[in-house]
Design a protein around this ligand. Sequence first.
Ligand SMILES: Cc1ncc(C[n+]2csc(CCOP(=O)(O)OP(=O)(O)O)c2C)c(N)n1
Ligand code: SF4
Ligand SMILES: [Mg+2]
Length: 219
Amino acid sequence: MSEGQRGLTKMNKNKIVNYTTTIVPTWCPGCGNYLILANIINALKQHNYQKHNTVIVYDIGCIGNMADFIDTYGIHSLHGRCIPTAVGVKLANPNLDVLAIGGDGGVYGEGLNHLVASARSNYPIKVIVSNNFLYSLTTGQASPATPKGTITKSTPGGTIGEPVNPERLLKAVNPSVFVKSLKASDIPTLKTSLDTLFKTKGFGLLDIEFNCVSFGKSK
Ligand SMILES: Cc1ncc(C[n+]2csc(CCOP(=O)(O)OP(=O)(O)O)c2C)c(N)n1
Ligand code: SF4
Ligand SMILES: [Mg+2]
């Protein structure tokens, strides 16, 4: 590392970096994504992530809109494709800090095989799932995370299959990865789990659950 680079690193450590943009989120009032956003920004600060060295790849959906609210490098990718895009970024430049942020529909549905493949290969990316148990941006169809028997617009007779369990799934394909499911409203656990995720050297996934206040069962 050159003298100049060392100076830059020292300077960044000593100042509080503001990771927020000026764009106001349009999520519904009370949406759990606000909690997830605030705590990701805290984790970026606490772990001294540098904007020029951080790439966040977003999936599609309500959660994908987070691409507008965090001021690092970012890619708003395709539905189900945040993980392979993030893996590609990391392989192209292993020095970058790379996160993938998606919904349950994208990560456990359209992108499930990408999730399994990247966990098996232990690619060093951090995956954060905003799990609202539904396809919410498209107004509330069932996703692979929807609890069995739930009546939705796309399942008038109730969902048939068991929901994907990310902890059991990923531990089965690679016991060494960090994977944890938690409720977004459990703020102490959310903070400590994000801390663990950010310290994880290999592949890690945090599944953060909340009920969609507009299309979820709490309505
Ligand atoms: C390849 C592809 N398939 C389907 C869609 C339509 N689509 C847009 S958002 C969405 C649901 C997103 O659900 P989820 O990933 O859980 O995110 P949420 O909106 O719940 O945050 C779907 C099916 C799309 N944009 N691209
Ligand atoms: S539809 Fe649901 S997930 Fe989407 S912004 Fe509104 S409350 Fe949040
Ligand atoms: Mg969803």
